[in-house]
Design a protein around this ligand. Sequence first.
Ligand SMILES: CC(=O)CC(=O)SCCNC(=O)CCNC(=O)[C@H](O)C(C)(C)COP(=O)(O)OP(=O)(O)OC[C@H]1O[C@@H](n2cnc3c(N)ncnc32)[C@H](O)[C@@H]1OP(=O)(O)O
Ligand SMILES: NC(=O)C1=CN([C@@H]2O[C@H](COP(=O)(O)OP(=O)(O)OC[C@H]3O[C@@H](n4cnc5c(N)ncnc54)[C@H](O)[C@@H]3O)[C@@H](O)[C@H]2O)C=CC1
Length: 340
Amino acid sequence: MVSECQSACTFSHSQLLHSGAVLSALQTMAFFTHQVIRGLSSSAVRNAAIKHVTIIGGGQMGAGIAQVAATTGHSVVLVDTNEEILKKSAKGIEGSLKRVVKKKFADKPDAGAEFIAKVMANVSISTDAASVVGSTDLVLEAIVENLKIKQGLFGALDKVAPAHTIFASNTSSLPITDIASSTSRLDRFGGLHFFNPVPMMKLVEVIGTSATSQDTFDSLLAFSKALGKTPVSCKVRSSGIPYDTIHYVHHMPFRSIRLHERGHGSKEDIDIAMKLGAGYPMGPFELLDYVGLDTAKFIMDGWVEKDPGNPLMQPSEMLNKLVAEGKFGKKTGEGFYKYK
Ligand SMILES: CC(=O)CC(=O)SCCNC(=O)CCNC(=O)[C@H](O)C(C)(C)COP(=O)(O)OP(=O)(O)OC[C@H]1O[C@@H](n2cnc3c(N)ncnc32)[C@H](O)[C@@H]1OP(=O)(O)O
Ligand SMILES: NC(=O)C1=CN([C@@H]2O[C@H](COP(=O)(O)OP(=O)(O)OC[C@H]3O[C@@H](n4cnc5c(N)ncnc54)[C@H](O)[C@@H]3O)[C@@H](O)[C@H]2O)C=CC1
């Protein structure tokens, strides 16, 4: 992991970007190429293998994806709103790599340190997405689960990213079609839904909409495999909503909140019961805290809106209160449980 500056610095594939003149020349070229290719049919835009990735959002998902992409030899620029957050992301990636190294290089500490240094050299950081997408093959977004903010981000980047660049969202619950609608590259837009914690969870849902080209979809599948993940294809729904995995994963936690709110069991007992009786690696309240209660609320609110008559899909006072108090779970130090 390298410097903190506005445009990405010191990652090997584009050290040239240090120069403002070169940067603006590249951006101008990208703009003209983009305009020319815009005039061609979508099938004329062919995607090469994804090597350079811009990840927007350095939170738990963005940092995790950056780690895995850098580990598998991709050039990564990680973008967030300020340098403090990016410093925290870098520290998080290094911490996670140390956990990997502890097992992978148990008896070879020097090789472990070398491995970490090599991975970190593949990652650079930036607070200005528009200035770093000029040479990227994939813009992968993992920012807050909010449609308008995601649309604003992609709408702005669509104007500066090269024509061949694929856009993808890691959204948990929003239709990819709605996010993509702010851009003019509907054929080069898809979903890549990773699971938390990214370094450990093998699944990636690759999501296509009715407008996503086969070429784009294939590139996203190939990229997921290149990361060492197991992708599943989700191309059936025209709106491009992530698979039902999210329903299965969250059905039990949301049901558990209901049980707890009705006084049927303490959160501790419900967590113990699901771990020891059903074999879950985490109890439902532990999992909600791990995912982030802000994200969980976004998901639940979306379900309530879509299915208001369903008794399971009712707002949870307890969840709403915790989120209103800024208690988002592990990432803020308190949620259903305390972590400080
Ligand atoms: C919201 C959405 O859109 C979709 C979603 O993601 S929903 C959430 C999906 N995720 C889940 O359901 C996760 C459920 N939990 C689990 O699978 C496991 O608890 C877990 C993999 C997270 C942790 O495993 P565990 O055995 O329970 O706990 P833990 O002792 O912390 O970890 C064991 C080892 O795994 C590895 N590990 C765990 N987390 C890691 C991380 N972030 N980075 C690197 N290694 C990690 C380490 O080797 C660790 O050993 P050390 O503690 O000695 O470093
Ligand atoms: N937490 C989870 O378990 C999972 C979350 N997701 C999805 O991934 C996305 C991110 O989730 P998390 O990483 O958990 O959230 P997080 O809250 O940990 O991180 C989000 C990051 O995005 C940054 N951000 C917000 N707006 C931005 C902008 N306009 N430009 C640049 N950065 C911006 C924030 O500063 C923050 O660092 C969400 O869409 C979520 O639904 C998907 C799978 C699992």
